[in-house]
Ligand binder design. Structure first.
Ligand code: HEM
Length: 434
């Protein structure tokens, strides 16, 4: 993606050449490899760039992204957009799966505020903290099983080659969420298959047989969850599903359609970014051994380090918003009905906000918690405490138990515009006993 240049008139002395940012193209292989150089270029030269490809504005500076997310007049619904070739495809897809259209992610107020209130309680800090013991047990059991692979016939622990994402970071968030929801243990493996298949369906280009598979998976998931909801309605238990089925505010409950839609959203919104945080975060620490060492020696830095790892190389590249009135961002006026792509990952590297060391990992960065990986404003991540708890337990286990951790192969990253992260990280380590 080479820089473009343009000639501009310069007072009397002829022409001066200035850099012009390249057109943003999420399908360019260099974007998947590392988008950060491109983001820096866009922030410097075209911070609110109109994209013909995406039929919308790509917003890349911290202040503009934060303002967009917090603007109370902004919509999250594609139906608020002036129709374009891109929004038309999305609306056609939603028509294929009307249940998906009810997701909280795309709701505006008052529906959004009401639905969020009904869902909020089990995601508050105190409720999530009660899961710590179970999360700890799940993660350490996964490491015990991996350790067995390296055990010699004499029983001594030896180094193990494994994939930190596939074998550890990826399966755990789905399992932990299924447990939190109250899905019986024997049915939990189904969710791994369903979530993988449904996650593929957000790709813009998907072969017809895979699209069909993902629709079938989504139908099966809905059917299963509806059955579970009926069971919990008849016999409530102490789990998330029972809470959601019975939650009531001012005499209002989630109807069945909304409930199913939010359950699927929770699975889809939660599992990939959490696994990417653990995968990308571990890779960043192995590439910055001084930071890993600092963290090993001072565990009080861990929560700050998790914020910093999210800031430095978090999963969400963009989220989307629609203007409902003319809106000025970074000096550019967007008309009402405009699609704006808020560049979360780019904002998180903006030196205008973070300072000159914005491209470096600093586990003790003073303002790391101001990162935008969890979004901001009314749609800010509902699962952020759950994600942080899982990351805290996972990184503690990695620091405590993976002796001599080294990356042994080429990390592989997913190739999507909105979510970017490792799908494979081959490593070797000797796994210490608990
Ligand atoms: C590191 C992990 C995670 C990251 C980086 C993340 C990031 C985000 C972001 C950026 C948004 C806002 C999207 C927007 O404004 O359009 C969001 C919303 C949301 N997240 Fe997360 N998320 C994570 C984990 C989770 C988990 C574990 C759950 C629950 C199981 C969850 C549930 C949700 C829900 C329900 C919303 C929609 C909230 C709303 O629209 O009001 N997330 N997340």
């Amino acid at each position: 993606m080479a820089d473009r240049h343009r000639d501009v008139a310069q007072g009397g002395s002829g022409l001066m050449t200035v850099a012009v940012a390249p057109q943003f193209n999420p399908f360019d292989p260099s974007f998947t490899e590392s988008p950060y150089e491109l983001y820096a270029n866009l922030r410097d030269n075209d911070p609110v760039q109109y994209s013909d490809l995406l039929c919308g504005w790509v917003v890349t500076r911290y202040d503009d992204v934060a303002a967009l997310l917090r603007d109370p007049t902004i919509s999250s619904s594609v139906h608020s957009a002036t129709p374009t070739s891109v929004t038309k495809i999305e609306i056609e897809r939603l028509a294929e799966q009307p249940r998906a259209a009810r997701t909280i992610v795309m709701m505006d107020d008052p529906d959004h505020a009401r639905t969020r209130k009904l869902m909020a309680k089990p995601f508050r800090v105190a409720a999530i903290e009660r899961l710590r013991g179970r999360v700890h047990e799940r993660m350490h059991t996964a490491l015990d099983e991996l350790a067995d692979r390296g055990r010699t016939s004499g029983g001594t622990a030896g180094p193990v080659d494994f994939d930190l994402v596939e074998d550890f970071a990826y399966p755990l968030p789905v399992e932990i969420f299924s447990e939190m929801l109250g899905v019986p243990g024997e049915d939990q493996p189904k969710f791994r298959r369903w979530t993988q298949s449904v996650a593929r369906s957000v790709d813009p280009v998907l072969p017809a047989d895979e699209r069909y598979e993902s629709i079938v998976a989504l139908d099966e998931m809905y059917e299963y969850l509806a059955h579970q909801a009926a069971l919990k309605r008849a016999e409530p238990a102490n789990d998330l599903m029972s809470h959601l089925v019975h939650a009531e505010i001012d005499g209002q409950r989630l109807n069945d359609l909304d409930l199913m839609s939010q359950l699927v959203t929770l699975y889809m919104a939660g599992h990939e970014p959490t696994s990417v945080l653990i995968g990308n975060g571990t890779l960043a620490l192995t590439r910055h051994p001084d930071q890993m060492e600092m963290l090993r020696n001072d565990r009080s830095l861990l929560l700050n380090a998790i914020s910093e790892l999210l800031r430095y190389d978090g999963p969400n590249q963009f989220t989307r918003r629609i203007t409902t009135r003319p809106t000025t961002l970074g000096g550019v006026e967007l008309p009402a009905g405009a699609v704006a792509y808020a560049g979360l990952a780019s904002a998180n590297r903006d030196p205008r906000f973070w300072g000159d060391d914005s491209e470096q990992v600093r586990v003790d960065r003073a303002n790391a918690s101001k990162h935008l990986q969890f979004g901001a404003g009314p749609h800010a991540c509902l699962g952020s405490h759950l994600a942080r708890l899982q990351a805290e337990v996972a990184f503690t286990a990695i620091l405590d138990r993976l002796d001599g951790l080294e990356v042994t192969g080429q990390p592989v990253a997913a190739t999507r515009m909105f979510l970017r992260g490792l799908t494979s990280l081959p490593v070797r380590a000797t796994i210490a006993p608990r």
